[in-house]
Design a protein around this ligand. Structure first.
Ligand code: HXC
Length: 510
């Protein structure tokens, strides 16, 4: 072989070694894959095209001239996931702890710019000690360049972050501005200030895991949308999510082949909602019954479990699902569930993903904790998000739709296109007992009379027909035919187009 060709192979091999075998072994010993191994799992076999493999930093302070490693701690380029284009960056912890230098940031910015120009998502695999300490403000500037691009790309291309190691300091803000964040249990953490600083400033003693591990961010803070056992599971699940998403905001999500009859009848749904309005049932059963092949990609499954969000397919096409969960807090809306669902609705609307809303909601959760926490503002986020959405929206009320929560949960009035209800639906200002107690306060001392008043209210309002008489419900459907009716509804809405008034942007109650 000619010498120059050999030279190229040698340089490539050197770059692929990253920070050297010792550091690769240390990475493996922590149960983590290397940056390149991760890309092999994430992308279709042989599809990765690497860019900027020979880039090195230009810093000279602190002996950095002797510490140049080709690639500078991040592997960037593009590949495919099930044949569809995606731009990727994968931080290499074996090179200076994956820390972000000026040139490392430039590599990330380059592929983000290409992704926006070519209309394809960006997936970032984060494993980094943060700003490269030796470079000072140059690395802070690099972060800011990435942040700005995250914002410019928001709503244009899907952006997915996978946290697969440390992610600290201002570095957390790039993932925070992407659409989805996933973590790996036991080996990833995110925080603005680490445990040592926390101890100095607040006297709190906390481990990195408690402060910013996967459990914290999936259950408490809601910063992360999901967590997985190890690198491989995380990357395979990201591939699964990717298949639900369009490449950009001007394309439809992919249509996948499906082997599930859209007219499938599910008799078990006829008895899903218990006779007693106070008994819970699992709304996930309904979601799985409606979905093609029972395939549901749930987001934020461990946070605000009183609302369920995620993606299914109907006739092979992606649908975003928002559903009250009667098993948790009776399906009430509260601060956390409103925020969770609002964010999801806005993602779906930005990327032309139709929304199915399944309603069983007794209202907003009462109490000082909610009011002091600003449930008014947070509840308004969901109301705002639905009211603003122009994608096809189908709503099915299975049981309770009470009070303001009826309006909020994709009612006809705020823009849903087709509103169905099961015969078990109760659409009213509030539950019958509460209503009778307010309307007939003077009869509170007479339980029998009050019970009769409650029954009277129930008979009048605990059904879907008052709403149907006004056209707020388009049809009362049999539970067993839910999949068929919803599939037909979305099929009929495929040509939906809505003109919106020009504005710079809205002023959503953030
Ligand atoms: C340069 C770094 C580095 C950094 C780690 N390394 N972080 N080099 N800049 N920020 C290097 C180490 O020197 C070491 O080099 C190698 O990476 C691995 O690090 P270890 O400490 O040996 O690994 P580990 O024990 O696993 O600990 C990982 C760590 C720790 C928790 C990330 O390294 C750490 O605390 N790093 C500093 C984190 C930090 O404070 N970053 C700045 C955050 S502020 P060798 O040669 O020995 O392999 C920030 C601001 C962003 O990011 C602002 C944006 C607006």
């Amino acid at each position: 072989m000619r010498a120059v060709l050999e030279q190229l192979e040698i340089r490539r091999a050197q770059a692929r070694m990253g920070g050297g075998q010792k550091r690769v072994d240390a990475q493996h010993a922590k149960g983590k894959l290397t940056a390149r191994e991760r890309l092999v799992v994430l992308l279709d076999e042989g599809s990765f095209e690497e860019y900027d493999m020979y880039v090195t930093h230009r810093a000279t302070d602190f002996g950095m001239d002797d510490q140049k490693v080709a690639g500078d701690g991040v592997v960037t380029g593009w590949g495919t996931i099930n044949g569809r284009l995606v731009y990727v960056f994968s931080q290499d912890f074996t090179v200076l702890g994956g820390s972000l230098s000026e040139t490392h940031a430039q590599k990330i910015c380059k592929i983000m710019d290409m992704a926006v120009r070519n209309g394809a998502p960006v997936i970032g695999l984060n494993d980094s000690g943060g700003a490269r300490i030796q470079e000072g403000v140059a690395s802070l500037a690099g972060y800011a360049d990435v942040f700005k691009r995250n914002v410019d790309a928001s709503g244009v291309i899907p952006q997915i972050s996978v946290i697969m190691g440390p992610c600290a300091g201002g570095a957390v803000y790039s993932p925070a501005m992407t659409d989805f964040i996933f973590m790996v249990r036991g080996s990833s953490y995110m925080f603005v200030t680490g445990p040592d600083v926390v101890k100095t400033v607040t006297n709190e003693i906390v481990t990195a895991e408690e402060l910013g591990g996967a459990a914290t961010h999936t259950q408490k803070s809601s910063v992360a949308d999901g967590a997985f056992e190890n690198d491989i599971e995380a990357l395979e699940e990201v591939r699964r999510l990717f298949d639900f998403l369009p490449l950009n905001n001007r394309q439809k999500p992919p249509v996948r082949p499906f082997y599930d009859d859209p007219e499938r009848i599910e008799l078990r749904l006829d008895t899903l909602a218990p006779e007693s309005a106070n008994k819970p049932y699992d709304m996930k059963e309904l979601i799985l019954a409606i979905a093609d092949e029972g395939d549901f990609f749930e987001l934020q499954a461990a946070f605000a479990r009183n609302i369920i969000t995620g993606f299914i397919r109907i006739e092979g096409r992606t649908v975003g699902v928002v559903a009250n969960q009667p098993m948790v807090l009776a399906g009430c809306l509260d601060i956390d569930s409103s925020r969770k669902a609002a964010r999801f609705v806005r993602f779906c609307d930005a990327f032309d993903i139709p929304i199915l809303t399944l309603v069983d909601v007794p209202g907003f959760l009462p109490g000082t904790a909610q009011e002091y926490g600003g449930v008014i503002k947070h509840g308004a986020k969901l109301l705002f998000a639905y009211s603003q959405a122009t994608v096809p929206m189908v709503t099915l009320i299975t049981r309770k739709a009470y009070g303001g929560a009826y309006d909020v949960m994709a009612s006809k009035h705020i823009g849903a296109d087709i509103n169905y209800a099961w015969p078990t639906a109760e659409i009213a200002v509030m539950g019958a007992k509460g209503a009778a107690e307010i309307l007939y306060r003077s009869e509170l001392g007479d339980p029998e009379r009050l019970a009769a008043r409650t029954r009277e209210y129930e008979q009048r309002f605990a059904n879907p027909f008052i709403a149907a008489e006004r056209g707020f419900i388009d049809e009362v459907i049999m539970p067993h035919s839910s999949r068929k009716r919803i599939a037909r509804a979305f099929a009929a809405l495929r040509g939906k187009s809505v003109e919106t008034r020009w504005k710079k942007h809205d002023t959503i109650p953030l």
